[in-house]
Write a protein that binds this ligand. Structure first.
Ligand SMILES: Cc1cc2nc3c(=O)[nH]c(=O)nc-3n(C[C@H](O)[C@H](O)[C@H](O)COP(=O)(O)OP(=O)(O)OC[C@H]3O[C@@H](n4cnc5c(N)ncnc54)[C@H](O)[C@@H]3O)c2cc1C
Ligand code: SF4
Length: 452
């Protein structure tokens, strides 16, 4: 344990975001970094608790007390080794993990100033890359057996990495033109610079993993050739179907799924060109985001950077409680409190208890959405509360409407016994850290299956 009294004297210090007026002019990462001295001070605040709830809360079981101690003592290489022992890609989680560990930190219970684990994780990893501690492994002993991984999102990448290190010849089949899944074609560049993904893929390739892009594998055909050609198959295809809003006017030009906007914007930044007809842009428009979650928040930040006139975000459910504590979901669980992201800070009208009734338009183009305020009453029969109308319908002006209402949990055919499903494809839409943990678990199951 670094400094046993540090948490009493040193306050939590986040690196914070670039100023709004600066960051909304580009798609560069919004988060800043602390200098080395400040970073070590932050690491010193970790109390190395007897019962480390952070470790319990992290789906990867990251050992924050151990690497915080190494970081405090200035041993960046050891800190990286300890971190990498449980987390294959800490450069991703260090940027975009909601830090379940920090909410479970004992200091969060004590004074709502948990250790800055997520930022510490990113700092340790960037230092490790800079100092050359991260190099491809050349000592992998090959078993001669082959495994196919279908889908190169965080679950598939974590599975491929673990399987490759177990000694299998791993081939990753990906329908997109590059790896990363939602890391690349969902999460905006202002949260995760795509060069960070490229850097990791180069390492995985150097360690022997083969990536085949533009390969959409038919999962419906579970008896298909791929399932016979490989000793085992990992299915990590995510949740491809977004929840739709089938109300009148859905066909109007200007109504899109959130991912249509987000994926296209990330592709534009990667150099892809679109015709004027294909291009989805918020430039000069009033934008309405339907869905109050993180995907909706990413649409807000993207709309600002595209030069929108205004953004409104509506949510059918009630406004979450103000934090930091959530009485319904107390520490050390993750609180379901009101979340204000960097994108919300950039400007946005947020409303709750709003139901969408109809997309309205002129000459086939969206001009607004008719909505109505509602209320939720307890259901006498128990279960989901009952929605009741409240107030009069009104029209929210919008030339662009983005549907960010979540994703449907995929259904799978009955697979042969050598097929293992992981990530969002198995659990439904979730988090990068959970997808990675699930990919590692699938790799262990494959290893057990092929080792018999
Ligand atoms: C907009 C958005 C923002 C998010 N932000 C965050 C965040 O900040 N932090 C966080 O922790 N989580 C975030 N998430 C959630 C997180 O991205 C996902 O939980 C995670 O990416 C799931 O990983 P996965 O590998 O299971 O699936 P995915 O990332 O969806 O990857 C699946 C891959 O499989 C490929 N594929 C699908 N079908 C086939 C097929 N038939 N053949 C070949 N390839 C196929 C897809 O092209 C894709 O590359 C966000 C999600 C969205 C939509
Ligand atoms: S991966 Fe997420 S939950 Fe786990 S230690 Fe890192 S920030 Fe915390």
């Amino acid at each position: 344990m670094g400094n046993p009294k540090a948490f009493l004297d040193i306050h939590r210090q986040e690196a914070g975001y670039r100023p709004v007026h600066d960051r909304i002019l580009d798609f560069g990462e919004v988060e800043q970094t602390l200098n080395t001295r400040e970073r070590k001070l932050q690491a010193s605040r970790c109390m190395d608790c007897g019962v480390p709830f952070c470790n319990w809360a992290c789906p990867l079981g990251n050992k924050a007390p151990e690497w915080n101690d190494a970081l405090y003592k200035g041993d960046w290489e050891l800190a990286y080794r300890l971190l990498n022992a449980t987390n294959p890609f800490p450069e991703f989680t260090g940027r975009i993990c909601p830090a379940l560990c920090e909410k479970a930190c004992v200091l969060n219970r004590f004074n709502h100033e948990p250790t800055t684990n997520r930022e510490n994780e990113a700092a340790i990893t960037e230092a490790a890359f800079r100092e050359g501690y991260i190099v491809p492994r050349t000592d992998i002993v090959r078993s001669g057996k082959t495994v196919a991984v279908v889908g190169a999102g965080p679950a598939g990448l974590a599975a491929a990495n673990a399987l490759n290190r177990f000694g299998y010849k791993v081939t990753v089949f990906e329908k997109n033109e590059a790896a990363g899944g939602l890391l690349r074609y969902g999460i905006p560049n202002f949260k995760l610079n795509k060069a960070i993904i490229d850097r990791r893929i180069r390492l995985l390739e150097a360690e022997g993993i083969e990536f085949r892009y533009g390969q959409e594998i038919s999962l419906a055909d579970a008896q298909g050739q791929l399932f016979k050609d490989y000793d085992a198959v990992v299915v990590s295809t995510g949740t491809p179907t977004a929840r739709d809003l089938n109300i009148p006017g859905r066909e109007l030009k200007g109504v899109h799924f959130a991912l249509e906007l987000l994926a296209q914007q990330n592709r534009v930044l990667a150099g892809m060109e679109y015709s004027k007809e294909e291009r989805i842009t918020a430039k000069g428009k009033d934008v309405l985001v339907i869905g109050g979650g993180d995907t909706g928040s990413d649409c807000i930040g993207t709309a600002h950077r595209q030069g929108c006139k205004s953004v409104t975000q509506i949510e059918i459910m009630p406004r979450p409680v103000e934090g930091p504590d959530d009485p319904q979901n107390p520490w050390p669980n993750y609180p379901r409190t009101l979340k204000t992201t960097s994108s919300h800070e950039e400007g946005c009208t947020r409303r709750w208890n709003i139901n969408s009734l109809e997309f309205i338009g002129e000459k086939g183009k969206l001009t607004g959405v008719r909505v109505q305020e509602i209320d939720w009453k307890p259901n006498p029969a128990g279960g989901r509360p009952i929605m009741v109308e409240k107030g009069k319908p009104e029209v929210i002006k919008a030339e662009l409407c983005l549907l960010a209402m979540g994703f449907l949990k995929p259904e799978h055919p009955e697979y042969p016994e050598n097929v293992f499903v992981c990530g969002d494809a198995r659990n439904g839409a979730s988090l990068v850290v959970r997808a990675m943990a699930s990919g590692i678990e699938a790799a262990r199951k494959v290893n057990a299956y092929l080792s018999v």
